[in-house]
Design a protein around this ligand. Structure first.
Ligand code: 8X3
Length: 262
């Protein structure tokens, strides 16, 4: 490790092959989660890949030399089992989440809104609560919550998702206040338009045509790897450096309604 920074200490965020740090990534079965697991493994973390789909995370864990733990973040027992399997955790990436539907508020499907709040906000809180003892046990931890530009701005048809992602932003800020004085940093990485295999497909109930239309004419939306790169950067800053938030969008996207399409 470099010794030229006065705050560096022996357990800083530098890769030491003899003592790999452990990271937990939720929603690791695809998209940003899977890319983040790979990016953290490349930085020397031992990565626990958590998601519901066991076959996917087992393949990923085998690829990166990590561990797969089947976990549904909406289920308390499942999350407790995850935490029990990871007694020491240096980095928690709360990535699992998603959007369902594009209904206007006046026609909102409240079950869809409930699901979005449950997964994006309550799931994130449930996992964080369960893993806080393990994060504390590391003596030097970072939590990265994957928010969204949907937590920065409103757009028509986005109500249920934007409300939930604004929730992620505020929970992150609250936790930072509450953890002040502890050796735990907390960051929100908030991506805009990212083209992943599943995000829009899930949102449109499996309608590939509608999912593809989201990215129509956009030459280069962000890829999962772009966001994973940002998360890995956050997780490898020196211990005293807290990145509060990082909003990341493709060059073509200036705002929710301002997307350059060829
Ligand atoms: C995804 C960004 O614009 O689809 O988190 O809400 S957006």
């Amino acid at each position: 490790m470099t010794q030229d920074h006065p705050h560096d200490h022996p357990h800083g965020q530098t890769h030491d092959p003899a003592h790999p740090r452990t990271a937990v990534v939720t929603g690791a079965s695809s998209g940003i989660g899977a890319a983040t697991a790979r990016a953290l493994a490349a930085q020397g973390f031992r990565v626990v890949c958590a998601a519901r789909r066991t076959d996917r995370i087992e393949d990923l864990a085998a690829e990166i030399g990590g561990e797969a733990i089947t976990c549904d973040i909406t289920d308390a027992a499942s999350v407790e089992a995850l935490a029990a399997a990871v007694p020491v955790c240096h980095a928690l990436v709360n990535n699992a989440g998603g959007a369902v539907g594009v209904d206007r508020v006046d026609a909102a499907d409240l079950d869809a809104w409930r699901w979005m709040y449950d997964v994006n906000v309550l799931g994130l809180v449930r996992v964080t609560q369960a893993l806080l003892p393990s994060l504390r046990a590391s003596g030097d931890a970072v939590i990265v919550n994957v928010g969204s530009t949907a937590g920065r701005w409103a757009y028509e048809g986005g109500g249920g998702y934007t409300a939930a992602k604004h929730g992620v932003k505020v929970v992150t800020e609250t936790l930072r206040l509450e953890l002040n004085g502890e050796p735990i940093r907390i960051t929100e990485v908030a991506p805009g338009m990212v083209r992943t295999e599943e995000f829009s497909l899930v949102r449109f109930g499996g309608d590939q045509e509608k999912a593809d239309a989201v990215y129509a004419g956009v030459a280069e939306p962000l890829l999962a790897e772009d966001v994973a790169d940002a998360i890995a950067w956050v997780a490898t800053r020196p211990s005293h450096v807290d990145i509060d938030e990082l909003v990341i969008k493709p060059r073509a996207q200036a705002a929710a309604h301002k997307v350059h399409r060829a």
